[in-house]
Structure formats: C-alpha cells, structure tokens
Design a protein around this ligand. Structure first.
Ligand code: ADP
Length: 418
C-alpha cells in the first residue's frame, strides 16, 4: 500500500517537474531562435543600407536615371570573398526585375514583405526586401538574402543537447522524487504502525477478559444446579470481568472522542482547592488509600482556573489511584497545590515502587505497563496516564514525571493560571 502511494507520488512529481522542464526548455529554444533571426535581420539590414547608399539616382530631362554600377555585388565590382549574400536583386518601382546577382529570380517582385524566411532547398534563407526612396518617392526595391545555415546548425545542436539531457534529467528528477516521497511517507507509515499497534493492543486487552467470561460461563453452565455456591462465584467473576471490559472500552472511547480539545460549552471556573478536597474524598480514592497515609496540602488562598472540572478530576484521580496502587502499606502519598506566577502546580508524590529509567520515556504511551504481570494483577489497563496527559494537554498544561526505583514517583500537573 505504502509502496504504491510512494510510486504514485514519484510519478506525479516526475510528471509535473518534467512538464515544467520541457516548458522551460521550449521557451529557451524559442527565445534562442528569435535571437538568431534578429541577428540575421540586423546583418541583412546593414548590408542593404551599404548597397542602397551607392545607388546613383538622377532626374534629367523629365526622365529618371538609376545607376547601379557602384552598388556592391549588383554593380561592376565582383562581390568580396567574405560576402555571404545568396542573391541580390533590384526591382523597379513597378516591381519589374531590373538587375540581379545569384539565382535567377522571377521577372516580377513576388512580395514586398520586409523580412521573410524562405525555404530554398537544401537550406533556409532570410530575405529582406527594402523599398528605396528618393525625395519621398519609391524608386525601386532592393532584395537580398543570406543563408540561415549557422543559425540552423546552432539551433540543431541545442536541440540535440536537449534531447540527450532531457531523459537524464527526468531520471534524476524521478530519483529525487522517490527519495522525497520516502521522506513524506515516513510520518504516515509511523502513524499507520501506531494505529495498528493500538488496534492490536486494544483487541488483546479485550480478549483476556472475554476469555475469562467465556470459561466462567461455560463452567457455570456445566455445574450441577443444586451446587449454588460455585455457580455464584462464577457469576461474580463474569461480572468482575465485564466491569473491567466496560472500564477499558470507556477509556478507549474517551481517548478517541476527546481528541485533545476542550468543548467550549464545558469550560467553567474551577476552584482547585475544593476540587482537590472533593477528589480525595471520593470512595474510589478512599478505598485505594486504605493501606497508606494520604496527605493533602493546600495553600491559604483560593486558586482558580478555567477548564472542565470533571475531566480535570478524572486526570487527578488517575494519577492518585496509580500513586496508591503502586505504593505498599505504610507508604505515603502527598497531593499538593502550588500557585507560581502564571501557573499552578499539582504535584502527586508517592513513596512507592518507582519507575525504571527504561520505562520512563514510554510511561504515557497507550497500553504501556512497566511490569506487565504486576500491573495487570493490579487491574491496570495501561491507559490511565495517557488519558491524564491528554486532559492536561487539552487544558494547555503539561504532565511531567520523575521517579526512582524503590524510592517513589512524582507526577506533576502544570496548568496555566487565569
Ligand atoms: P495502569 O492503568 O496500568 O496503571 P497507567 O497508564 O495509569 O496504566 O500507568 C502505566 C504504567 O505506569 C503502570 O502500568 C505502571 O507500571 C506505571 N506507573 C504509573 N504510575 C505509577 C506510580 N505512581 N508508581 C509506579 N509506577 C507507576
């Protein structure tokens, strides 16, 4: 799937870059041809000016007399060896051929267009037809032509270079495209792998309680009707597993739905001192903290923030439950509330088992447990910290952790103060 998308991306990249390249090369080729033609035109015009400057014109006894004998090429002097004129022609004002050098032309002038490109096998010619005026009256037309061979050769060479380099450049472009699409696909690949891992972890988590429910139900069904007691235990097991599955599914749904943003309708003013007191008093925390000492340290002043009270309480409960869960009897858990400049801190510290250095970077990942067996026995699904982190982040805050194995852990919520 990824390779196909990568190939598609490369193909589109090569196609678009190739089109741009071809367009650019065509513009360059066109521009070069125009430049070459302009060069030839300038040369033609210079030659024509020199020739017309040597025309002798006289008006004597109501009769005009045009003398071309001093005109280079057309006159009595033979053309210089470096002259590349293919032909030179003089037509009268009425367009009748009067004198010429080079190829035999038609008797009458064909067209009086200034510059023209003419195909005369085997080469192309550039021709100039220049009307020659005297005292505002056209006395005739000078027509000269030079070959376009040099320009043709130069343009043909340019075309050859383009034809040879174009496939090479396209090859390089597609290689670059392949490399770039690889970079572009990387985050998508990672996200997909993440999703796959998440789906497989979620199914794995659901499969274990389902198997227990199934085996308990099957054994319960096989048990004799009169032996009520064992059947009752089986039913309790089923209910327990169903509860754990329900918790897991609720947590998963929360992570999927909450999506890292707070619904503006649920934002309210929260009195953090009261919220912490309420949280500590909840039956679930009271029962989790039965075996240890739980301290709540609140400041004198009332600290308030804007947020979703239920979600924030959920995050604190998750952290507090963990602190109690992973702290042995006679241990201590502290919950504090500290206001600092523009932020408020809620550190939750315990004297529990701590977290290994290797486990710390992964602690907020979904379904991650430092010690699989141990935490599974404690009823953890590995989603509590991920949920707490998502809630704190949605409030614009941070959740940090520091821990030492055997000494305890410190989870700290940091929120912006209003
Ligand atoms: P769980 O529901 O399994 O507790 P969490 O996401 O809340 O999942 O925690 C992930 C893992 O982090 C736990 O399995 C546990 O190994 C470790 N952990 C979390 N809090 C503490 C703590 N206070 N002390 C020691 N280990 C902890």
């Amino acid at each position: 799937m990824f390779n196909r998308s990568r190939r598609d991306l490369t193909r589109w990249f090569t196609l678009s870059m190739g089109s741009i390249l071809i367009l650019f090369a065509s513009i360059l080729y066109y521009q070069r041809s125009i430049n070459r033609l302009e060069e030839s035109d300038r040369l033609l015009y210079r030659k024509a000016r020199v020739m017309t400057a040597n025309i002798d014109y006289e008006w004597r006894q109501d009769k005009e007399r045009i003398d071309l004998s001093n005109v280079p090429i057309l006159g009595k002097y033979s053309p210089p060896s470096d002259s590349n004129l293919i032909y030179a022609r003089w037509y009268s004002a009425k367009g009748t051929l009067y004198q010429f050098y080079g190829r035999q032309p038609a008797d009458q002038i064909q067209a009086i267009a200034a510059f023209e490109t003419i195909q005369a096998h085997p080469e192309w010619l550039r021709q100039l037809t220049l009307p020659v005026d005297h005292n505002g009256r056209t006395i005739g037309y000078l027509q000269i032509a030079i070959p376009l061979t040099d320009a043709q050769v130069a343009l043909r060479e340019m075309l050859m270079v383009m034809v040879i380099t174009m496939p090479l450049t396209l090859g390089v472009i597609s290689l670059v495209g392949w490399f770039l699409s690889g970079i572009a696909m990387k985050p998508i690949r990672n996200a997909y792998a993440h999703l796959q891992r998440f789906t497989s972890d979620a199914s794995h988590e659901l499969r274990a309680p389902l198997a227990t429910i199934l085996s308990n139900a099957q054994v319960g069904l096989l048990s004799p009707v009169e032996a009520g007691k064992p059947k009752h235990i089986r039913l309790e097991n089923i209910a327990e597993m169903a509860k754990s599955m329900n918790r897991l599914v609720t947590d998963l749904l929360f992570l999927a739905r909450q999506g890292g943003r707070l619904d503006s309708n649920t934002i309210q003013l929260i009195h953090l001192n009261d919220l912490l007191k309420e949280t500590i008093a909840t039956p679930s925390i009271q029962s989790a903290a039965k075996h240890l000492t739980l301290h709540l340290e609140l400041p004198e002043e009332n600290i308030r923030i804007n947020g979703n009270a239920d979600l924030l309480q959920q995050a604190i409960i998750n952290l507090l439950t963990n602190a109690c869960k992973y702290t042995s009897s006679k241990g201590t858990v502290w919950v504090r509330l500290i206001s600092q400049y523009h932020r408020v801190l809620i550190p939750i510290e315990d004297t529990g088992i701590g977290i290994s250095e290797a486990g710390l970077p992964h602690i907020f990942e979904r379904f991650y447990r430092v010690d699989e067996e141990r935490t599974r026995q404690k009823g953890g699904s590995g989603l509590g910290l991920a949920i707490a982190q998502q809630i704190v982040a949605a409030h614009g805050g941070y959740l940090t952790v520091s821990s030492q194995v055997g000494k305890g852990s410190l989870f700290q919520i940091e929120l912006p103060l209003i």
